[in-house]
Design a protein around this ligand. Structure first.
Ligand SMILES: [Zn+2]
Length: 272
């Protein structure tokens, strides 16, 4: 035969393509590239046993982190994984949004830059063994309730995903609330009891910026997620829900995050 037929050439190309795709697939699994491209596969969501809504929350005997194993997840670390500004007023992490002022307005309608806001909580990304952020791998990671408690709200925050708030009773008395932003596939509803470690949803796919925003707060003043007078209560941010992890108060005396009971979530859980 002097030359291949057209059909033979086509079949040879298909064969080469299939072998190539197989190789790429194996390499991606080996290197975790599929995780980077697609995020994690969805977990098997447990079925929920029947329950009576709004039970009195049990005392939370122990607290754990919302993404497990905890060492696989963490925030930006300045000088290691990328930009993380530290809010020197409150010694708190503040993602480096700088003086951008495209979201929040004060009571007079003037823009309030991010640098004047307090980032209440911590943004958890996937980390490699050296503690460097690996973009996107946290996508679809299961989000676990940090302690026994009762779901007190779920909220659709548009492009910011779903928000879940859980009330936990403390052994020493009083309560603390864990709040989880940028969640999808929510598995719980308001009034539902949850146990520590229960999967309540997954981290929403936000592309390279996928992360879990996690807060712990005592709601010392105000019983809603956005107390009146704060930036989050005032409306939209790029037509999204304002206050995604940021707070600020018109009254300077109430601007301190402690006024609203915000805690360093990592330190709180680590200290339990
Ligand atoms: Zn955040």
């Amino acid at each position: 035969m002097r030359r291949r037929t057209g059909c033979g050439r086509f079949l040879a190309l298909v064969l080469i393509a299939l072998v190539g795709l197989g190789l790429i697939s194996v390499l991606c699994r080996e290197n975790g590239l599929l995780l980077v491209l697609l995020g994690q596969p969805l977990p098997d969501f447990p079925t929920v046993a029947p329950y009576t809504p709004w039970p009195t929350p049990p005392v939370a005997a122990a607290f754990d982190f919302p993404l497990l194993p905890a060492e696989d997840y963490g925030p930006y670390v300045q000088g290691v994984t990328g930009p993380l500004a530290v809010d020197t007023r409150y010694d708190a992490q503040n993602p480096s949004l700088g003086d951008r002022a495209n979201c929040f307005r004060d009571a007079a309608g003037q823009p309030v830059p991010f640098s004047r806001l307090y980032h209440a909580g911590v943004d958890l990304f996937g980390l490699d063994e050296d503690g460097r952020v690996v973009w996107r791998v946290v996508t679809h990671a299961p989000v676990h309730a940090v302690a026994d408690g009762v779901v007190v709200f779920t909220m659709d925050a548009g492009q910011e995903g779903q928000v879940i708030g859980i009330e936990h009773r403390l052994p020493e008395g009083g309560a603390i609330y864990s709040v989880y932003w940028h969640v999808s596939h929510v598995q719980v509803r308001e009034g539902q009891p949850v146990v520590r470690g229960q999967i309540i949803g997954v981290v929403e796919d936000m592309g390279l910026n996928s992360h879990l925003h996690w807060e712990m707060r005592t709601f010392r003043d105000g019983s809603t997620i956005f107390p009146p007078g704060t930036a989050g209560a005032r409306g939209g941010c790029n037509r999204q829900v304002a206050g995604v992890g940021y707070t600020w108060d018109d009254d300077p005396l109430r601007a301190h995050p402690d006024y609203y009971g915000y805690r360093d979530p990592t330190a709180f859980v680590a200290g339990r």
